[in-house]
Design a protein around this ligand. Structure first.
Ligand code: GLY
Length: 321
């Protein structure tokens, strides 16, 4: 089995963080150089400097606290992803970054996936650190080493499994997110809870989930790390983490993403994948978290995409009972 560098969940002493997930990274390189888009807020900049000391290197993209601006930066990065990817490679080559250097993905899922993929391919792979600034990236996409870019109209068309050296999560940053973006991230945490952990699921049932945000983040990451440790390349167990995503991706494709966020599409995709016995409970919890459970879209188109997806996955789709 592949030896995966799995995060140790713990605190880095003397850092202003509520929770930190880290691997045993070693870094060399002499400078901290912010690049690409983004004004790095002073506190985040100071945080990164303290984590990496005098070492390290490059910081990427969506670093504003303003989530709308973040979303806009992500859209711009995605608009011509081939060019963005090529610009990043050129940028790294011009520094030049060496195999001993490291890239930091500071932003949401788009930034993490793109930066991770660039790190995976540049010089056949250099290190990178994930510092997710959205809840969705914190509880899911920043952990586990899936990196990719969308191309040819297909999601994650080109990608690699490339584990980050560290995933650093600051719940204080995440608490500044607007409610809709919190709900968006909670959809992925809820997916983890529904498939793996009754206790985590109960945090969504009782009261206001945002009051338990740190526990939810911590537990989601811990669960995901365990799954990835056992099945990094998604040969079996890791497929469970795609719960709700078959329909979600179909909805995203059918609606051209429309005005829905990814976690909202996951929320819409979860109930159809639940057995009757648990479906109502799951819908109640999704609603408690402020996620949509109904949306008007072309169902026939979604079905057609799902059936295409089903063929490409070997003819079966699993349901959680
Ligand atoms: N987002 C699902 C996974 O990382 O496997």
């Amino acid at each position: 089995m592949t030896n995966v560098n799995i995060p140790n969940v713990g605190q880095i002493p003397n850092l202003p963080l509520g929770a930190v997930v880290e691997t045993n990274a070693t870094f060399r390189s002499n400078e901290l150089r912010p690049v690409m888009a983004g004004n790095i807020p002073d506190d985040i900049y100071a945080l990164i400097s303290r984590i990496v000391g005098e070492q390290l290197l490059m910081v990427e993209a969506a670093t504003e606290r303003d989530i709308e601006k973040n979303d806009k930066i992500a859209e711009e990065l995605k608009a011509d992803i081939k060019e963005t990817f090529s610009d990043m490679l050129e940028f790294l080559g011009n520094i030049p970054l060496t195999r001993s250097d490291c890239v930091i993905a500071l932003g949401g899922g788009v930034v993490g996936d793109l930066t991770g993929f660039t790190a995976a391919t540049y010089l056949r792979g250099i290190s990178y650190i994930q510092i997710p600034t959205t809840l969705l990236a914190a509880v899911d996409s920043s952990v586990g080493g899936k990196t990719a870019i969308d191309m040819e109209g297909i999601k994650n068309y080109v990608g690699a499994f490339h584990q980050p050296k560290r995933v650093i999560i600051d719940p204080e940053v995440l608490k500044t997110l607007p409610k809709r973006h919190v709900s968006n991230g909670l959809a992925e945490a809820l997916k983890m809870a529904a498939t793996f952990d009754e206790e985590l699921f109960s945090l969504f049932e009782e009261g206001e989930p945002t009051e338990n945000m740190e526990r939810i983040i911590f537990r989601s990451v811990e669960l995901k790390a365990r799954v990835v440790e056992q099945d990094e390349k998604e040969q079996g167990l890791r497929k469970v983490l795609n719960f709700g995503h078959t329909a979600a991706h179909a909805i995203e494709t059918a609606t051209g993403l429309g005005d829905l966020l990814h976690g909202e599409c996951v929320a819409l995709g979860i109930p159809p994948m639940c057995g009757e016995k648990i479906r109502d409970d799951v819908i109640a919890v999704l609603q408690n978290v402020g996620l949509p459970t109904e949306y008007i879209f072309a169902k026939s188109k979604v079905k057609e995409i799902i059936s295409h997806d089903k063929k490409s996955q070997g003819g079966t789709i699993s349901v959680v009972k």
